[in-house]
Write a protein that binds this ligand. Sequence first.
Ligand code: M6R
Length: 361
Amino acid sequence: GKGGYDHYMLKEIHEQPAALRQTLRGRADPATGDIHLEDFPAGAFEDVDRVQFVACGTSYHAGLVGAQFLSDGGVPAQAFLASEYATAQPPVDEETLVIGVTQSGETADTLSALRRANASGARTLAVTNVVGSTAARECDDALFIRAGPEIGVAATKTFSSQVVSLALLGERIVRDVTGGRTDDARERLQALSDLPGHVQQILDYTSARRVAENYRDSEAYFFIGRGAVRPVALEGALKFKEISYEHAEGFAAGELKHGPLALVTPETPVFAVFTGRNDEKTLGNVKEAEARGAPVVAVASDGQESVHQYADEVLTIPDTHPDVAGVLANVQLQLLSYHAADLLDRAIDKPRNLAKSVTVE
Ligand code: M6R
């Protein structure tokens, strides 16, 4: 059952500290910088020379984060929408690792992209929550995210566990391909290990319901972020539209001025995600929105004073490594969407027109 919560979604949001502990269990040692990933000992990826992610929806956003981890570490990587990949596949060879990110392991678009990659000779790997799923069975390898069952149609805890799994997998791949340990590996592993506690702090102290109430009659909701948190802006908007049925869009912060700014008015709050890296640039984009009268809600840590100065509201996240901050920011945005939808009395666990597992292309 829902364990005392009004919806599975809220229960699953609150399960994140426990789910993340399961995802991390035995896999990362911040003291030594070591990583232990079941089927993937050191050297497992030494033949890989580039990585392609294929996925849909929320899992695609996790794939975008995964590609960023690899690129930052010097491994060529790109994320593709599975439905597009199945239509126009980029070149692959035996040195290409194609990673399908899929919570259910049954999404038709993702399976179709993986089959296509496999037929072209690429090595395939499923990152999934479901042991025995089609993706896990059909791929050459599988890494399980261990988030536990997710009932709500909106993916919440599985996104967090996907990103953490891809951070660990990314670390392993970068070490194998580039022959070295990544610069700040220990700091990053420490930040990952701190995530369960940090997420708990957000759950205990969030002001997401008050913020959702403040902006409940808005015309549209915009989400912006750059670099590692552009996918978080996209995910924030996807979750928001999926369960509230309100118009929401996510943009790369720097793209606002290339078109979307025409939509920005005092009736369109802008949610801006900050990580402690490249914040000045995003702050510049926030000022562009503010100049058009838009209310600004920042997702940022307490220490980011210049951000606080420009924001009408702040959804606070604990201070952490910039690569990991996005997971925390996303939890605040999950809560924002949940409360916005709850205030509108939506069918949160089973939004109209949508299914948990999409088995048609
Ligand atoms: O099971 P999958 O991860 O392959 O599902 C992919 C998408 O259908 C899924 O993430 C969808 O976008 C969610 N309902 C979003 O909350």
